[in-house]
Each structure stands twice: as C-alpha cells, then as structure tokens.
Design a protein around this ligand. Sequence first.
Ligand code: MN
Length: 322
Amino acid sequence: MLDPMERWREYGEKPDYAGPLTFGGVPITQDPAALSGFDVAVIGAPVDELVSDRPGASLAPRAIRAASCPPGPHLEAGVDAFAALRIVDFGDAPIVPAQPERNHAAIEHTVGQALRAGVLPIIIGGDHSITEPNVRACAALHGPVGLLHFDTHTDTGDVVFGARVSHGTVMRRLVEGGHIDPRRYVQVGLRGYWPGSAEFAWQAEHGITSLFMHDVRERGIRDVMREAVEVIGPGPAFLTIDVDVLDPAFIPGGTGTPEPGGMTSGELLWAARTAAAELDLVGADLVEVIPTGVASADPAALVGDRIVREILTGVALRRSAS
Ligand SMILES: [Mn+2]
C-alpha cells in the first residue's frame, strides 16, 4: 500500500500536482489481499479500441486522477466522502494494446477482485465497451442487476460496422447474456440521430425504459430521476455514466461521439449523487472521457473527477442513513 499523503502529513493535504498519481490522493495498491477493510475501490480501465469514432478515452484514468481537487465536505450534501468512506485506488486493470477480448477479461478479473473483497468498484474508462466486463463481474456475484444508464446513445445496437462487441452494442450483449434485468434498466439523456426504430423496438420488447433529453428539458432532472429510481427499485443496481450525455459545450473536444443539446454539468452531478444515494449500487463506471488538457485545465477530466466524487458522496449519504 502506497500512501501519497505520506510526505505531506503535517498539512493534512497535498497539492494535486505533486506526489504519486492516485484518485483524490487516496492510497493505492495492486494487491487484492490489501483491499479488505476498504469500502470503495477506484479502478482504471484505460482502453479505447472499440469506439466507432474518435479514440482517446484510454488516456482518461490518468487524466481524471490528475484533475483532482482539495479534500473537504461537499458544500451542498454536507458530507465528506473521503472521511466517511475508506477509499482505495486499485490501480488499472492489466490491459495491453490492441487486444480487446483479452482486455475485457482483464477488466472483469480486476473488478471481480474488488467485489470478492467486499469493496464497491467504481471503474474509470475507457470507452463504453468496458461496461460489459464491469457488469458481468457484478452479475456473477449478485445475479442480474438493474441499470441506470446516462448517455446520448442507447448502446443497444446488435452490430455496429459489423462488430458485435463495440461501445455501441454493450447494453444489448448484457441484456442478451442475462446480466441486466431489462425491466430494471433505465436510460437517461437520449437524443440525436441514433439508434433507429429496430433498436427501439427491441428495447420495447424487453421492457427497457428510455428517458430522452427532451424529458429532462421539459420535466426537469428531479422528476426524471424520481421515475428512474422508482423503475429500478430496490435490489442490486449498476450506474453507468457516458460523459457524452453532457452538452459538448461543457466538455469541448472531451468525448468521441458528442451530440449537442445535452445535459448541464449541474444536472448530471446532482443526478449522479442522487442515484448513488437512492439505489442499491453494486458498482459504477464513468466512460468516454477524452483528455484535452493538463490536470484541472482539462474540462472533461475535471467533470469526470467530480462525477466520481458525487457518486462517492451519494454512497456516503446512503451508508450514513442506513
Ligand atoms: Mn455510451
């Protein structure tokens, strides 16, 4: 176990730009035996071989670890997740270039190590294809899970450019494999020009709930989240956030398949916290961030860091209430 705070102990915090790079400056280990006693493990899954457009999300785990912020209580929620939870950085899954199947197996194995240690995994991608190994690992332990999915796109294509395994087919494969309970699967933020009627017909057949960006705009994020939480209900649930659900104005150049007309950072941050506070999360991931700058000068990595913090804050709120 390496504690980046070691040399800054007298200050109780360290500058984000100094010391070993870990999420939020928490201790880091690659040893699964060292996970016991922790509540949450942040895991990097730096792969982007399976995108349909611009790559670069493999650089996100490091960029999000670097786009950190000072410790302290969440000013709205009134809880300091880093004090309330024992959080560890479990490093990156042992991925290699250009071997997507092998990489998915490595990610599933690493997430499984955290789950078997009784630790909640929060995985930083990577492209959205990583949700397949993430959810498979969770379902192997808990059975079919509910899914709350923030995204511009449904990612329920059968094939994308002839590929059955892609960041555009991941949710289809998970439903077909019985890893997601489609009646407890809610999509939020859909907009744009994909997919088409065949995919939506398949979704309707399986009882998947789609909440579009126009629902967020017209009903408001609070009402949309109330419905999402009600549909998913109690029981094991996974939260997946594709950063492209945000309007590109908030993350200029910071994701590979952007679509104008999306959510604000304020809406998504609140929704991420609410999801973690109100659902029985067994895992979560954040995907499709493409870094564009250094540390906090990178708007997509910065909001990525804050999304993970909101999830942690929600988990802390839920555990303090129970
Ligand atoms: Mn996606």
